[in-house]
Design a protein. Structure first.
Length: 224
């Protein structure tokens, strides 16, 4: 309740938060579960110094459904941003096909609560899959990972985990198998490893995450 009152005062009145007020702000449980999925996907935590606080940085680009999805993510994390914060929108040129596309992004305030997320997901400045991902990852987090980095592959699903090393990918694979009872394997790609969830596990996957997937992203799990 105290965290909520600080948020409301900040967003409606607009004072600069004092250090003790920033220290009181916590990540609500549902938002925390979503953040775990985002960090396995396109989320990043920036911590410039070991004594400074951390902030979440997040971006999406490309098709209109990505912008709709971005707005969903931002609805959970806008409360951690400065007063009247507006996401940044820019256009980038695709050098391969000459097309332009939108990139939309946001960055939160630097807060104590994000230091813990940084400690989970970064080792020597390298992003990893946390060692306790089995306990951390919930169905809603898996849903946001799929909306971030999932893509249909025939009747199955690829999770593009290119940025992680082999040990990290193995930890995530084991969690998907042992915690969520999904049949999956690692596929090699020019950009790195991908996790493939087999077609025979897709009905079970839909039962796990379907309620959290927005309609424009439901094609990824074969729900439309």
């Amino acid at each position: 309740m105290l965290t909520f009152l600080i948020f409301r005062a900040y967003s409606t009145i607009g004072p600069r938060l004092k250090a003790w007020e920033r220290a009181l702000i916590e990540i609500p449980p549902l938002t925390f579960d979503i953040l775990i999925g985002l960090m396995l996907g396109d989320g990043h935590i920036q911590r410039r110094t070991t004594t400074g606080n951390s902030r979440l940085m997040y971006a999406q680009s490309g098709k209109p459904n990505k912008i709709e999805y971005f707005n969903l993510v931002f609805s959970y994390f806008s409360i951690f941003c400065t007063v009247n914060y507006t996401p940044e929108i820019r256009t980038n040129l695709n050098g391969r096909n000459g097309e332009t596309y939108l990139v939309i992004s946001f960055a939160t305030m630097q807060l104590v609560c994000f230091n813990f997320i940084h400690s989970l997901f970064y080792q020597d400045k390298t992003k990893i899959v946390p060692y306790d991902i089995f306990d951390l990852l919930k169905p809603i987090g898996l849903a946001f990972l799929i909306m971030d980095d999932g893509s249909r592959q025939n009747d199955g699903l690829h999770l593009s985990v290119y940025s992680f090393d082999t040990e990290s990918v193995d930890r995530l694979l084991k969690t998907l198998r042992d915690k969520f009872n999904l049949k999956c394997s690692i596929h090699k790609h020019d950009r790195g490893p991908r996790i493939y969830i087999w077609a025979e596990s897709m009905p079970h996957l839909r039962s796990l995450v379907g309620e959290f997937i927005i309609p424009s992203m439901s094609y990824k799990i074969g729900a439309n």
